[in-house]
Design a protein around this ligand. Structure first.
Ligand SMILES: [Zn+2]
Length: 507
């Protein structure tokens, strides 16, 4: 797939989105229900301003290549934004880059590289991987280091209001000054305190307090140190998101998302800081996606069992990875196995094969009229998505449309019916970010990848196909069949057509 940040690709995505929103009916009233972590239940979603939606998602800390766990939240919220747009809503999607952090600094010092340069490098790399799995750019992609003045302003406000205090150049949030602390993660302060680590020589007034501002330590590079009223230093992690969400979406906005692992402490702390400073609710709905497990263990760097997106792209089509992630509801854990990705890969193959078949069938019938998607199928798709963005169900419904499309072609349906089903098949899959490439091209790209994965040499296949053709011309059908069997044993499926013999990898 193309790089989202290439101007041509951006234009392509803009038209795609326009097309998606045009095909969703503007007048439609959405009855979206979302599971809100704040109330621990599904709720009707009512936006602050009708027809508009402000969405903030905690992005990636840029010090390494993104892994499949990152892919999960990126795809989950990418689909959410696509679906809101499809429903005719005006979406402002903000997804940040955390480009100042202990891990970034440590990695940069290890490599004698400037932390900002290292961050920029990994932002570029992340964008490539995101494009490969069909994640569109967010409307705003703010960077923490570009929002230092906004962070300083919130910290000052918290100090002025008695919610934060200065200690030896650090600034801490006083957790006990905010009575609602724990409302997102449903924890109470006493339980938290009994589990808190006792830090010897701590300058914090309470073990639960967390850093808003960290004073400069010897050895930390200058490029990630800023002047503040409390001396030189850098922001704590949580305050970044409070500053960036407020700047781009206002003090109160509709939806905040992220992985389940961020509920505590990151999102709990974000709420505490933002709400204590503004006196208003931060986000009205909080959505959290489940983990990706590898052989049912949570994937983490410390366990050494994480897979980067880039590792997986060597063997798998990015769209297959995306389809794998969407085949489970975003809130549930998803177990990564090769078998599950292979299943998803076959689904993607089926989509493209069907689209290619329908397109050439319509060409044969000389049918070129614009067709509208089928309302009842769109309604079914919406129904699945409106139920807490149930992509597993939505995907099954999309697949049903593809089945119908195939059946209609094989059963000699009318061109008008086939064209309408084709339009439905395209638009619904594209809301999920699937089957958006030109089918013939996608089939060839995917075939090359599958051949590589299975150790099939394309030149050898061409050579065997030529030998088979020769045998058939000489009426040696036994030899021709033998060659077909030989290819089949290697996982190559031959398809004889009017234009000659084509082949696919048996997935
Ligand atoms: Zn965040």
């Amino acid at each position: 797939m193309t790089d989202n940040h290439d101007p041509v690709a951006r234009r392509f995505h803009a038209t795609l989105l326009q097309r998606i929103s045009k095909q969703g009916s503007k007048e439609l009233k959405m009855s979206l229900r979302l599971f809100n972590t704040l109330v621990n239940d599904k709720q009707d979603f009512v936006p602050l301003v009708p027809g508009r939606i402000g969405l903030y998602v905690c992005g990636i800390t840029v010090y390494d290549l993104p892994h499949i766990g990152h892919a999960r939240f990126l795809v989950a919220f990418d689909v959410a934004a696509r679906f809101f747009r499809f429903s005719g809503w005006q979406v402002k999607y903000v997804r940040n880059w955390t480009d100042v952090d202990d891990k970034i600094i440590r990695r940069a010092v290890e490599r004698s590289e400037d932390p900002l340069a290292l961050g920029q490098r990994f932002i570029d790399e992340c964008r490539k991987d995101m494009a490969s799995i069909g994640v569109l750019p967010a409307d705003v992609e703010p960077r923490a280091t570009e929002h230092i003045p906004e962070m300083l302003a919130i910290i000052q406000k918290l100090i002025d209001r008695g919610h934060a205090y200065v200690a030896q150049g650090d600034v801490y949030f006083a957790v006990r000054s905010y009575p609602d602390y724990g409302k997102l993660s449903k924890r109470n302060l006493d339980d938290l305190l009994s589990g808190a680590r006792v830090e010897t020589g701590s300058i914090k007034r309470d073990p639960l307090d967390f850093a808003l501002w960290k004073s400069h330590k010897p050895g930390e590079p200058d490029s990630v140190t800023w002047d503040s009223p409390w001396g030189r230093g850098r922001p704590g992690w949580h305050i970044e998101c409070s500053a960036m969400s407020q700047k781009h979406l206002g003090e109160t906005f509709d939806l905040h998302g992220g992985g389940k692992d961020l509920i505590f402490p990151h999102h709990e702390n974000e709420i505490a800081q933002s709400e204590a400073a503004s006196g208003r609710p931060l986000s009205r709905y909080w959505l959290h996606n489940g983990f990706v497990t590898l052989d049912a263990e949570k994937m983490s760097k410390s366990l050494g069992n994480f897979k980067t997106i880039r590792d997986l792209l060597v063997h798998w089509d990015g769209e297959a990875l995306r389809c794998f992630l969407l085949s489970t509801h975003y809130r549930h854990p998803i177990n990564f196995t090769e078998t599950a990705v292979a299943d998803a890969d076959r689904r993607v193959e089926y989509f493209y094969e069907t689209l290619a078949k329908a397109e050439s069938w319509l060409v044969q019938k000389k049918f070129a009229a614009e067709a509208k998607p089928l309302e009842d199928a769109l309604a079914g798709f919406r129904e699945a998505m409106e139920d807490d963005l149930n992509t597993a169900d939505a995907l099954a419904r999309v697949e049903r449309v593809y089945h119908q499309l195939n059946a209609r072609i094989d059963g000699k349906g009318k061109p008008e019916e086939v064209a309408a089903l084709l339009a439905t098949a395209r638009v619904t899959a594209q809301v999920l970010g699937l089957a958006g490439r030109a089918p013939q091209q996608a089939i060839l790209e995917r075939r090359a990848l599958a051949a590589k994965r299975m150790g099939i040499d394309s030149e050898w296949v061409s050579e065997r196909i030529a030998a088979r053709l020769l045998a058939r011309k000489g009426k040696d059908f036994a030899k021709a069949d033998l060659i077909r069997d030989e290819l089949s044993a290697k996982g190559v499926d031959l398809r004889d057509g009017a234009g000659g013999t084509d082949w696919r990898v048996l997935l």
